[in-house]
Design a binder for this molecule. Structure first.
Ligand SMILES: *Cc1c(COP(=O)(O)O)cnc(C)c1O
Length: 389
């Protein structure tokens, strides 16, 4: 694209109500934020346990800076792998109940690393249609045959597995779908993985810290835990409140990624202080189960209220409670109405969600009060849903 074409494309996006801009947040993350100079009650973050601004994490990061300095200085394989990274990996493996874990700077790079290290030309990847964009990019980058199956449709997946020739097969799914809040049928997926001798790769960005007593989605599906075909990925910037990601599985899998995964090898290690904050997050997740109980109570409170109303909530028992609206313009209007009432709820539009699937993405956190959920319920109630806003 030349610069004239870029200007025209930007104008077209604006016409379609698809132009993206970045709200500027001028407070720490939490239920009460100042966005573009205005104070809101927010239902917008992935900070599900309220850890992003937890004093124990902030202190661990500050102590980490005092001990290790600001930066890691190099990639993991050269000279940037500090004792803090090593300790975090050991503690993550114990928390997850898996033999080994490897940390990454982001979930995006972890997804690229795993998929491109396990499959390539002559292989095939099978991906749910609603997978996160980073998984789709990983599948494209791998050069394997890329087949997408209808959302949570095991029959469709099996037809594709049966008819796609491949040396190695990999099934990749989000364990919890980021824009719908529903979950993948993990046991059925494992049955198909076994039948077709395929890897089953789970992106648990939204389950880690929340489901399975905080240990993630695998802990609600014991057959998957430690299964030789299962590869697990969790991010550390959502419920864990910090940044980065980890991949967990067998020691051999981790050794293979260290040797083969370009998104792991050719990048600077995260600052060791970030690893220290992640270690503190694991300690808080273990010591404060009341955070998960509080979050669960908020989810029940919102869904009970919704049952008596006509808000089109998705079938979700996770902190992601989207309200599907449809048209881009309508969802922007709803979000604007909520902002007038002092509430920050993000409007999610294509291409993040399918065409015609624009939605309000309500997300709840343990840092909210019961009264905050009631304010949200009242504000949603003031929207005329029959009129299809
Ligand atoms: C956020 C997210 C990622 C990317 O993780 P980052 O650490 O933010 O790069 C990957 N997968 C899913 C499902 C996500 O929601």
């Amino acid at each position: 694209m030349n610069s004239r074409q870029i200007a025209a494309a930007l104008a077209a996006l604006a016409d379609q109500h698809r132009l993206r801009r970045r709200p500027v947040v001028d407070t720490p993350q939490g239920p009460h934020v100042v966005v573009d100079g205005v104070r809101y009650l927010a239902f917008a973050s992935n900070d599900y346990l309220g850890l992003a601004n937890h004093p124990a994490l902030a202190e661990a990061m500050a102590d980490g800076v005092a001990r290790w300095g600001a930066g890691s200085g190099a990639s993991h394989l050269v000279a940037g792998h500090h004792a803090a990274h090593e300790a975090l990996e050991d503690e993550l493996a114990v928390w997850l109940g898996l033999p080994a874990a490897l940390t990454f700077g982001s979930g995006y790079s972890a997804n690229l690393a795993v998929v491109t290290s396990l499959v390539g030309r002559g292989d095939a990847v099978f991906a749910d249609r609603l997978n996160h964009a980073s998984l789709n990019d990983a599948c494209q980058l791998s050069r394997a045959t890329f087949r997408r199956f209808a959302h949570n449709d095991l029959d469709h997946l099996e037809r594709l597995l049966a008819t796609t020739p491949a040396a190695t097969r990999l099934i990749a799914v989000d364990a919890v779908y980021s824009m719908d809040g529903d979950e993948a049928p993990l046991d059925g997926l494992l049955t198909l993985a076994e039948r077709y001798d395929a890897w089953l790769y789970l992106d648990d960005a939204h389950g880690f810290g929340v489901l399975g007593d905080g240990r993630g989605s695998l802990h609600e599906h014991p057959r998957l835990l430690g299964h030789p075909l299962v590869v697990y990925m969790a991010t550390l910037g959502k419920a864990a409140g910090v940044a980065g990601a980890c991949v967990a599985g067998s020691r051999e899998l981790v050794d293979w990624l260290v040797n083969r995964a370009r998104p792991y090898i050719y990048t600077t290690a995260q600052p060791p202080a970030v690893a220290e904050a992640c270690r503190a997050a694991l300690r808080v997740m273990a010591a404060e189960p009341a955070r998960r109980a509080r979050l669960a109570a908020h989810i029940v409170r919102l869904r009970r209220a919704a049952d008596a109303k006509v808000w089109p909530l998705t079938a979700s028992r996770t902190p992601i409670q989207p309200i599907i609206i449809g048209r881009n313009e309508a969802v922007l209007q709803c979000a604007a109405r909520l902002r007038e009432a002092g509430l920050w709820v993000p409007a999610i539009r294509p291409p993040t969600v399918p065409e015609g699937g624009a939605r309000l993405r309500v997300s709840l956190t343990a840092a909210h009060e019961g009264a905050d959920i009631d304010r949200l319920i009242d504000a949603l109630d003031s929207i005329d849903w029959e009129e299809k806003p």
